[in-house]
Design a protein around this ligand. Sequence first.
Ligand SMILES: Nc1ncnc2c1ncn2[C@@H]1O[C@H](COP(=O)(O)OP(=O)(O)OP(=O)(O)O)[C@@H](O)[C@H]1O
Ligand SMILES: [Mg+2]
Length: 290
Amino acid sequence: MNTNTGQTVGTDSTTTSAMSGVHAYVSRSSGVAIEAVDLVKDYGEGENAVHALRGVNVAFERGKFTAIMGPSGSGKSTLMHTLAGLDAPTSGNIVFSGSDITTMNDTQLTLLRRSSVGFIFQSFNLLPMFTAAQNIVMPLTLAGKKPDKQWMGTLVETLGLEGRLNHRPHELSGGQQQRAAIARALISKPAIVFADEPTGNLDSVSSAEVLEFLKRSVSELGQTIIMVTHDAIAASYADRAIVFADGRIVADEQHPTADRMNGLLLDERGAASSSSSRPAGEAARPAEER
Ligand SMILES: Nc1ncnc2c1ncn2[C@@H]1O[C@H](COP(=O)(O)OP(=O)(O)OP(=O)(O)O)[C@@H](O)[C@H]1O
Ligand SMILES: [Mg+2]
């Protein structure tokens, strides 16, 4: 599913782009990369049940950068984890490159994730006993493959990890750990990358560099990225931004600007605080999580 088209990007071979000379790995043709159909995820049962996803229908186009925003506890991470096959939905379907992953067993899911999915978690999830370099190439090591040295070099340079590669995670700053986690997600050139607040622990300069890198991997290499963020400026790097509230999509914006996203988030906050009129059963989430 790692559909290397053999097409060269950075069409001008003299370009100074850090991504020049790298082969496109995802078809630029339009089409849906992944789709959720009536996706429901409940945690727990009965009175204590949390309805994290309440019947979500959404398709993510291939070669696009989509941001997901929304209040804490609204279901953003749950959506990412179920889409990536890390967590099973309560009901509904997930169609990934034409296959329904909800019918797959654990082995099939593991193989699919290894070949086609990159995940940047809210917490970095680097393995403490391995160096940054070993962590970055871990997805390939697990698959018994060798890294593409040029691509590794591009990632390391663009993410500013030179000189830190032989250090273990506890010897890296939070930002450096997150950048290593980003390199790890991209090293195998996955068909789709899920990024859960990838810039949440970065200073504003590092954050802008990382977002610019993610944006270019979409525009120049045709990567598909779905990114959760609480930052409207981060969302403005995306082609599309979705706003989540209480397990549902409440807004879906093409070419988002930071101002527009801040406006939508404020609207949603207003709607949530004034909605003592929410239908019964919709206020299951504790107020402090909103
Ligand atoms: N393993 C779990 N067991 C029980 N409830 C859970 C579990 N994981 C998440 N939840 C609940 O599901 C709801 C959605 O959580 P989720 O982590 O998807 O929110 P989020 O939008 O990513 O929030 P944040 O912005 O704080 O990361 C929350 O009410 C949360 O408490
Ligand atoms: Mg989350």
